[in-house]
Design a protein around this ligand. Structure first.
Ligand SMILES: CC(C)(COP(=O)(O)OP(=O)(O)OC[C@H]1O[C@@H](n2cnc3c(N)ncnc32)[C@H](O)[C@@H]1OP(=O)(O)O)[C@@H](O)C(=O)NCCC(=O)NCCS
Length: 196
């Protein structure tokens, strides 16, 4: 019986690989969270994929994570949500070892290279007489427009908005808003040129 099923699956794989991907994807990729986390607060579109090694944290009772159609979260990526949560639109890719931390909204078609970090949080350090870790944190959130290409090893700081169609060069530290359709790079990131 088992062999017959295996043979049938192999025949299907030859004729219709997309079906097999759908079948296996739905079992092994799309709901990697432990059952206590999956559900209305961790919403993964049926055509999106999330690696089982991705790390998902919902750090307050109200927050949520939404992963849009065709998007993928690759191996060892981290999503740490609180406040307004994390929303990825359609066809986004979060590559290996990248981290999204705090309230972050991505449009559609946002590509994010490996080892990139979104830090939508800042320590308060206004006083010298109190340790920084006792002064609290602020969090304004990060917003990224659609069709944005973010290279590897980029750091994006809290409060930044990145315009549609912008490109962030590898290794940049983005401290200010980025206009649409420009290429920025360096530390701190500056406009290198406009996209043709
Ligand atoms: C920015 C990038 C897209 C190149 O764009 P480009 O249009 O080919 O740019 P050019 O090579 O013509 O360089 C334009 C200028 O930007 C500078 N530049 C290019 N990449 C840079 C970087 N990562 N950091 C700082 N400056 C950079 C160049 O030195 C050049 O400066 P100059 O005009 O003073 O000589 C590319 O360099 C890059 O960083 N790609 C990201 C790769 C990556 O991480 N991929 C992950 C895939 S998931």
């Amino acid at each position: 019986m088992e062999n017959e099923i295996k043979e049938a699956l192999l025949r299907i794989a030859e004729k219709d690989p997309a079906f097999l991907h759908q079948l296996l994807g739905s079992r092994f990729l799309q709901n990697p969270c432990p059952p206590d986390r999956a559900g209305p607060r961790f919403v993964v579109h049926p055509t999106a994929t999330v690696s089982p090694s991705a790390h998902i944290e919902l750090n307050d009772p109200e927050t949520r994570i939404e992963v849009g159609a065709g998007s993928s979260i690759n191996h060892f990526a981290w999503l740490r949500a609180w406040g307004k949560g994390i929303r990825m639109g359609a066809d986004c890719t979060l590559n290996h070892y990248s981290m999204i931390q705090g309230p972050v909204t991505l449009g559609d078609g946002v590509r994010i290279g490996a080892h990139t970090v979104f830090i939508a949080v800042e320590h308060v350090f206004a006083r010298r007489d109190i340790p920084i870790h006792e002064q609290g944190i602020t969090s304004r959130g990060i917003t990224v427009g659609s069709d944005v290409y973010i290279g590897s090893n980029v750091t994006i700081l809290d409060g930044v908005t990145i315009g549609q169609g912008a490109i962030i060069a590898a290794g940049a530290v983005v401290t200010q808003d980025v206009p649409p359709h420009v290429i920025v790079g360096g530390i701190p990131a500056r406009v290198l040129k406009a996209r043709p």
